[in-house]
Design a binder for this molecule. Structure first.
Ligand code: WTA
Length: 655
């Protein structure tokens, strides 16, 4: 791991919170924020206990705040009882029953408005349906669906009956789905015939059938939503239509009151080694993180139309689509399809048509839409937008400025939010009425979040702009509770490095500037960040090696204009190396192969074939050298330890 990183990025622009925005904001100035932060610093547990009492509806109030007896499996509010779906739906019915909870737009232009009362009814009916299939508290349910309201209904219904959901991104392959079903030993899969994406039908049921065709023995039922109307196979006894399951179900369903620590969901995410790990989240602490950040960072209020463009298959789509906005009684928008259908103006048209006031997306989307030109956003009236947000990777200042100028009309603050699947909710982000922003910086830690930048010994790095490990010094309510079925991996990944200090290791390098602002500098491990999504190098490498023609493979990332990073694969074949190290048809075949093993986002953009991979004497692949080569940079590393230096020319594509 590399801590000795000097930052070269210099960004001096400072954008004060617009006076008009600050005047109406929940946290209207820096003093208010500092007071809140101070309170948390003085009494960390007391601060969070107060938030938990104020923001959540408890069935049984808690006495215990933080219990570290099972650390690093920290427990929050453990003796309290709660239900997440009750907190998202029931508690709004009296005041907001007729208020729109979800505005939905399909890729083909169909729209729906679902009120809180209707959403509550459908969640209850579906929850009763799940119960009728034998799903009980603690069972795992896999959700493999398009971005339609039923995905949220399914998640909320699981929460209602205490079932633990594991949403698998609809862009993942049958293979990836199968791994996740088997790891979680899920009882039921909820899917759809297909979804609309990029002008095509994504055949989800077909992929689910394939996943279930060998293995997945734990699955008893498959619930199928009719969405795209494509032909599907149907296995009587196992498969049941969503509409049939809903038929005749009661419109109320008493929530199952669970302990605060009851696992609300698993979400699989990539690490540097092995298969994706099932990140386990709690009920009460997780929801508290979702609510506090909706209020602090998005400053959500009753008149907002909130749109987070993330798919429910990612953590952003959990916290800021399925749970956070509903827990706050907000109106939120869901869009099924791609940003470029029918053209690159689609997002902006949706903002105009539905009066979106808070818009939250990833830098990769911003860069792609920026590239498409200003003419698209300029066709639409974006004056309803009052706040913009980004997540997933560092945003380059150029894209930030475009977002600010062209989408925000120089009037909207931008909240750059740093967080992770493991943190459950925003950790480092500006409160838009209180914190001046700098393009490319996620600014300051939120109250009650003890983020720090430390050296290899765990000492705080005081010197400005000196890079180090990003850690969280104290437990926080929405933190990861474990890696499903693998305590050792949980400890090794996040806690081992700073065991004596008990810091959480985020896996990112960061620096702080003179003003204490955080700047994320990239991962410390072999995790790739492609279009804001995490992929492990090992995952892609294992997929490549699983192909019968491949003997060995190493993948690295290189900077990419739109995706942030792209994947560069170096491959050693079992047979002859192709002439000049290039073979277009084999490259195509291997790309498709990786797509089938993992999903389209994992397809390598570049591929080069060599007789061998560069390795150290101890047999470790020299990734840094490969990265240099992938970037086309001059090699400054010592290559004298290589068995065959000629390999370097092959890897460079020069031999
Ligand atoms: C990166 C997504 C810079 C970071 C919510 C982190 C960011 C990983 C930002 C988590 C940001 C996320 N600025 N980098 N605002 N947000 N990252 O689990 O490397 O998909 O560790 O969660 O994305 O990705 P994940």
């Amino acid at each position: 791991m590399d801590t000795n990183i000097q930052s070269t990025l210099q960004e001096d622009r400072l954008f004060q919170p617009p006076a008009k925005f600050a005047a109406q904001a929940r946290i209207p100035n820096r003093e208010a924020l500092d007071a809140l932060r101070e309170k948390a610093e003085q009494d960390h547990e007391g601060f969070w206990a107060e938030q938990a009492r104020e923001e959540l509806d408890w069935h049984t109030p808690f006495e215990s705040v933080l219990d570290d007896s099972k650390a690093p499996r920290y427990q929050w509010f453990a003796d309290g009882k709660i239900n997440v779906s009750h907190n998202c739906l029931d508690r709004h019915l009296a005041q907001r029953g007729d208020k729109t909870a979800i505005v939905f737009e399909g890729e083909q232009g169909d729209t729906r408005h679902i009120s809180y009362a209707e959403l509550h009814r459908d969640v209850c009916r579906f929850a009763n349906g799940l119960k009728s299939l034998g799903v009980a508290s603690g069972d795992r349910v896999v959700i493999y669906m398009p971005m339609v309201p039923e995905a949220v209904i399914a998640m909320q219904a699981c929460a209602r009956i205490g079932a633990t959901h594991s949403v698998v991104f609809g862009g993942f392959s049958a293979e990836a789905l199968k791994d996740r079903i088997e790891n979680a030993a899920a009882k039921v899969v909820i899917t759809a015939d297909g979804g609309h994406r990029g002008g095509k039908v994504v055949e989800l049921k077909a992929a689910a059938d394939q996943a279930l065709s060998n293995g997945c023995d734990s699955i008893e039922k498959v619930v199928v939503l009719k969405r795209a109307g494509n032909d599907i196979g149907f296995q009587p006894g196992r498969d049941i239509w969503w509409s049939e399951l809903m038929e005749g179900q009661a419109e109320t369903c008493e929530p199952t009151w669970v302990g605060s620590e009851h696992p609300l969901f698993l979400l699989y995410t990539s690490g540097s080694t092995g298969k994706p790990k099932g990140i386990e989240h709690s009920s009460a602490g997780y929801l508290l993180g979702a609510i506090t950040t909706m209020k602090w960072v998005f400053d959500i209020n009753d008149n907002d139309v909130f749109w987070c463009t993330a798919d429910v298959g990612w953590v952003t789509g959990h916290t800021y689509v399925a749970y956070g906005p509903l827990a706050c009684g907000a109106t939120m928008l869901m869009y099924e399809g791609a940003p470029t259908v029918p053209d690159a103006g689609r997002f902006w048209k949706i903002c105009e048509d539905h009066n979106v006031s808070i818009f939250y997306t990833a830098p990769t989307a911003i860069r792609a839409l920026m590239k498409a030109g200003d003419a698209f956003p300029q066709q639409y009236d974006l004056s309803s937008i009052r706040l913009l947000g980004t997540v997933g990777e560092p945003i380059n200042p150029e894209a930030w400025m475009w977002y600010h100028r062209v989408i925000g009309g120089e009037r909207c603050p931008i909240v750059d939010t740093w967080w992770q699947t493991e943190t459950g909710a925003h950790m480092i982000a500006p409160m838009p009425g209180a914190v001046a922003t700098k393009p490319g910086s996620c600014t300051l830690p939120l109250p009650g979040i003890a983020a720090d930048v430390v050296d290899a010994d765990g000492n705080s790095i005081e010197q400005p702009n000196q890079g180090g490990f990003l850690v969280i010094r104290k437990p926080w309510p929405s933190m990861v509770r474990g890696v499903w079925g693998d305590d050792q991996r949980f400890y090794d990944t996040y806690w081992k490095q700073f065991d004596t200090q008990k810091f959480y290791l985020a896996g990112d390098n960061a620096r702080r500037d003179e003003d204490g602002y955080f700047w994320i500098m990239g991962r410390i491990d072999d995790v790739l960040n492609v279009s804001g999504h995490r992929l492990g190098t090992m995952e892609v490498e294992s997929a490549l090696v699983a192909h019968p023609l491949v003997a060995e493979a190493a993948v690295v990332s290189r900077p990419h204009d739109i995706k942030g990073e792209s994947i560069f694969a170096f491959v050693v074949l079992r047979g002859e190396r192709p002439e000049g190290g290039i073979d277009k048809s084999l490259t195509r075949e291997l790309r498709e192969w990786v797509g089938k093993q993992i999903g389209a986002i994992a397809k390598p953009d570049d591929m080069r074939f060599a007789d061998n991979l560069p390795k150290t004497r101890s047999g470790k692949i020299m990734r840094r050298l490969l990265r240099t080569i992938a970037c086309g940079e001059e090699i400054t590393q010592d290559t004298s330890t290589l068995e065959n230096e000629g390999i370097v020319l092959q890897l460079q594509g020069k031999a």
